[in-house]
Design a protein around this ligand. Structure first.
Ligand SMILES: C[S@@+](CC[C@H](N)C(=O)[O-])C[C@H]1O[C@@H](n2cnc3c(N)ncnc32)[C@H](O)[C@@H]1O
Length: 478
């Protein structure tokens, strides 16, 4: 039977917004039909114009907020409505943290089939809830004291608008560059560096790369900053080996910003959306900058991966270490280990840590990081976690504790099956997608693991990204 669709494209409707979607968009109903309204918030009455109608839902453009939510704030960025970088700037920070907790709760209940108990100070969890089979305690999201200017990496395309060089994020769902002079989530020095680069390009008539015609030279600018060391790296991505007037750029940058320690040309001559090419030439200063997470020092080169919010990364890794509850005698596996940052944190309290990662360059960096920090009880292995870890188990190497930090698609089923066979006493799951996290907790639940606690950590304030860390314990006798 054909479903009755009660909304018509281009017509306006008054909606009561009762919840938020995964990107922070408001959700309301016309009769029983769902309408997503980006920019609207739960508790609001709004007018929206329908812009797209699908079989089961529609999208509306917010025209007017009739009754604003008490959680609505004025976005601090004047480009917020156009730019695709942030999604939650119109939420107060408390409401952002609550949104992220609710998102985790919803996934754990709906997809993970878990019963979620919100943490309250005065409950005796050990006796009361911890023993109930499918009840997990969900903590408040760990937020930042200052949820702005937290990114240690800026990576922006370069283009031209009305004859002037423009550098900024792409507009939502497009490749149109929104020129920006300042950004609420990038580190503050970037504003001046971007201005210097724009003035240099305008002054010497240096052409930005045009992705349609493949002409022009400067494609992207990347700026990295060590938050503890204050060291800055500037990377100019070019479409050729030529770099005209580079000495003038270097001179201005090092004279005006004393913390610049490295200036690099990255060459990317391919017609591709991938930002960086493989070839780097240091044109001034060092090949890398350094920074710390906790007591560990890391070298950051243009191509190496490093978490973008170092303040919250420390919170995340401290929580992983606490959940792992190591005594010094344990063998630990760190699956999907990247450059081995979690492995190093765990190594302080473990007998031995095995880090497994698919990208050879990341393992190369991980080994350097271990040597640089004098850590001897870690071994890094290149390969797929779902192949390397079963191999280790077959060779008789079993983990007491396993930490997994997979990409958004979650853990490979073969890895989860190996965990069920290996039976480590603890699984610590670090996740950047609550939906796949919940799916995997459900699978591990069926093989004898109880999800004990879940802790969201706000790694990306002002955006809808949700990071969660979960402690799972092996249930005796299962
Ligand atoms: C979310 S990152 C975690 C990085 C690291 N734990 C950290 O905190 O910096 C996920 C990592 O998993 C790696 N990866 C993806 N698929 C993999 C697989 N099948 N086996 C091992 N590593 C994989 C990615 O290259 C990436 O470095």
């Amino acid at each position: 039977m054909k479903k009755n669709i009660p909304v018509i494209k281009n017509q306006q409707y008054v909606l009561n917004i009762d919840s938020s979607g995964y990107e922070g968009e408001g959700i309301g109903k016309v009769q029983d039909f769902t309408v997503f309204v980006p920019g609207a918030m739960p508790g609001e009455e709004v007018t929206a114009k329908i812009v797209k109608v699908n079989k089961n839902f529609a999208f509306g453009k917010l025209l007017k907020v009739i009754t604003p939510s008490k959680n609505r704030v004025e976005p601090i960025c004047s480009l917020y409505k156009k730019c695709g970088g942030c999604q939650l700037q119109h939420f107060s920070y408390e409401a952002q943290l609550e949104f992220k907790k609710q998102r985790v709760k919803d996934c754990l209940e709906r997809i993970g089939k878990l019963s979620v108990k919100l943490y309250e100070d005065n409950l005796n969890y050990d006796k009361d809830i911890m023993n109930k089979d499918n009840t997990v305690i969900l903590y408040d999201t760990i937020g930042m004291e200052n949820p702005y200017n937290y990114r240690n990496k800026v990576q922006l395309p370069v283009g031209k608008e009305k004859g002037e060089v423009s550098i900024g994020f792409y507009a939502k769902r497009s490749h149109q560059i929104i020129n920006m002079n300042t950004c609420a989530i990038q580190n503050k020095e970037s504003d001046l560096i971007l201005k210097i680069i724009k003035d240099w390009m305008n002054g010497y008539e240096i052409e930005p790369y045009d992705e349609r015609s493949g002409t022009g030279n400067v494609r992207h600018v990347m700026i990295r900053k060590g938050f503890k060391t204050n060291e800055i790296m500037v990377v100019i991505v070019t479409n050729s080996r030529e770099f005209p007037h580079k000495d003038e750029l270097v001179e201005t940058l090092i004279n005006e910003i004393k913390s610049v320690k490295s200036i690099v040309q990255n060459i990317n001559m391919k017609k591709t959306n991938v930002i960086l090419g493989q070839e780097c030439r240091t044109i001034w200063g060092n090949d890398y900058i350094s920074d710390y997470i906790g007591d560990f020092k890391f070298n950051i080169s243009p191509l190496s991966f490093f978490q973008v919010n170092p303040v919250q990364t420390k919170m995340l890794y401290d929580t992983a270490l606490k959940y792992a509850n190591l005594t010094g005698s344990e063998i630990v596996f760190d699956a999907y280990c990247g450059t081995g940052t979690i492995s190093l944190f765990l190594s302080k309290m473990a007998r031995k840590v095995y880090g497994v990662e698919i990208i050879p360059e990341a393992i190369y960096n991980a080994r350097i990081n271990a040597v640089q920090n004098g850590v001897k009880n870690v071994e890094f292995i290149v390969g797929e976690s779902e192949k390397v870890i079963p191999d280790l188990v077959n060779r008789g190497v079993n983990a007491d504790v396993i930490v997994v930090d997979p990409p958004r698609k979650g853990c490979d089923r073969k890895l989860l099956d190996t965990i069920a066979i290996m039976k480590p006493k603890t699984v610590v799951y670090v996740s950047c997608d609550p939906s796949t996290l919940a799916r995997d907790l459900n699978i591990l639940g069926a093989s004898g693991y109880k999800a004990v606690k879940a802790q969201p950590v706000d790694m990306f304030p002002q955006t809808a990204h949700v990071e969660t860390i979960v402690l799972m314990s092996r249930v005796e006798g299962k």
